[in-house]
Design a protein around this ligand. Structure first.
Ligand code: SF4
Length: 436
């Protein structure tokens, strides 16, 4: 057993919380930590989405590290309100502020009281999100953020409406658009908690608005308690918020990551079941097109040995789809350690399961299992064996920065499945030629 990590496979908690916050309209993530805790995630977002990510930081230095970050946090909240005029601030803690032990909720309450006394009006919602990065990963951070938003903002309703809450997790704008397309075909009205499809993939508008026009509004989050149900697409990143909504408001809840045929079938059936909507012919047609695309590439994919690395729910979804394409999953790896992932992975693969291991272990497993194709984000390129043993590589997950436009396309749903199946087949063709 190694006591050192070589090429970490996970990112830190605050990056997940920032991702969730930036899907809320006119929201500013305020990092309560050192400057590096905001600079590195901003760079990741810029490289993956090719979009600016506006993130504020309390810039704790040596003095604050010893005496506490109270003054920095109060000044930063006032600064962000005065300069950006946001509709919500997410105060995101870091390793440093958690270790100092700042009473962040108390400081935020004190700041709100102070501003309200001077301004004589209510201050925008300021939500505290605890993300100590010495435990968990970016996935845990996203999960904590979503739970904080629904806990803090959702309001009791007398009657439930027909809306369905969808908690997407750390997925791409293209995936969210695929999900919205399916919900539109089903005739279901919905709230996406939270929606980055138009904030991280925003059009150029002149004059430039202070915030992108998209994102879930604070009002929609307040009203999410009245929905008829909630579905989390990535249970590890959003499952806690779904659990809260189910427990507090009694709404129906499910968790399905719709990648591949059977998982998308289950997703649509769950929506139909919760909302009592008929499944339209258009969705059957899309399903048929996916099956056709799979038949077209089957001679390339059948029998190929796949190594899959991604966030836990995405990894399980891709693994199931790889099996549907006739591939053998010889390595199944999650960025984040989880018992639920381990149990589900054993059901899908007889190969090696890596539960939160580093990319050094992934590299070893890929070689030992003699994989033909690897799925993973850009940094997984380090896990591809060099020279003659070089294998096919399909980019997926976050971050992907060595190709342009990946975030625009979804791998979820039937239509996303066609895109993923094409990606897989083309990667095999590039590496092995026409007959694999
Ligand atoms: S791991 Fe901790 S110190 Fe490092 S960037 Fe993340 S929050 Fe900041």
């Amino acid at each position: 057993m190694r006591s050192v990590t070589i090429n970490p496979s996970r990112m830190c908690q605050p990056i997940g919380a920032m991702h969730a916050t930036l899907g809320i309209h006119a929201a500013v993530p305020l990092i309560h930590g050192s400057q590096g805790c905001s600079a590195y995630p901003m760079r990741m977002f810029n490289r993956h989405f090719r979009e600016p990510a506006q993130i504020a930081v309390t810039a704790l230095g040596e003095g604050a590290s010893v005496f506490g970050g109270r003054d920095n946090l109060i000044a930063s909240i006032k600064n962000v309100i005065a300069r950006r005029n946001p509709e919500l601030i997410g105060v995101i803690t870091t390793c440093l502020s958690e270790t100092i032990g700042d009473d962040v909720e108390g400081i935020v309450r004190e700041t709100i009281d102070e501003i309200e006394e001077v301004e004589e009006e209510d201050v925008i919602p300021i939500v505290t999100i605890h993300t100590p990065s010495y435990v968990g990963s970016h996935i845990t951070g996203y999960d904590n953020a979503l739970k904080a938003f629904v806990t803090h903002l959702s309001k009791e309703f007398d009657e439930s409406d027909e809306k369905l809450n969808i908690i997407p997790g750390m997925i791409n704008p293209g995936d969210i658009r695929e999900i919205k397309g399916m919900l539109d075909l089903l005739g279901v009205s919905y709230t996406i908690l939270s929606d980055i499809s138009d904030t991280f993939d925003a059009p150029i508008i002149l004059p430039k608005p202070s915030f992108p026009n998209g994102g879930t509004s604070v009002e929609e989050i307040e009203n999410c308690a009245g929905a008829c149900g909630v579905i989390s697409l990535c249970e590890h990143a959003g499952g806690s918020a779904a659990k809260f909504l189910k427990g507090k408001y009694g709404m129906r809840s499910d968790a399905i990551c719709p990648i591949g045929v059977s998982k998308t079938d289950r997703f649509i059936e769950a929506i139909s079941d919760i909302t009592e909507k008929e499944i339209p012919y258009e969705l059957e047609k899309e399903r048929g097109k996916l099956i056709d695309a799979m038949v077209d590439v089957h001679q390339l994919t059948y029998g190929k040995k796949a190594a899959i690395f991604a966030d836990p729910d995405i990894a399980l979804g891709i693994a199931e789809f790889a099996s549907e394409l006739g591939m053998e999953v010889v390595v199944l790896a999650s960025s984040t350690s989880s018992n639920a992932f381990m149990d589900a992975a054993k059901e899908i693969s007889d190969g090696e399961i890596l539960n939160g291991n580093d990319l050094y272990d992934l590299h070893r497993a890929v070689k030992e299992k003699d994989a033909d194709i690897l799925f993973g984000h850009t940094m997984c390129k380090k896990s591809i064996p060099a020279g003659e043993d070089n294998i096919a590589f399909v980019r997926c997950g976050f971050p992907v920065y060595d190709r342009i436009g990946y975030y625009r396309y979804g791998i979820m749903g039937y239509h996303g499945g066609i895109y993923l199946s094409d990606l897989i087949a083309n990667a095999i063709l590039d590496r092995y030629g026409q007959y694999g």
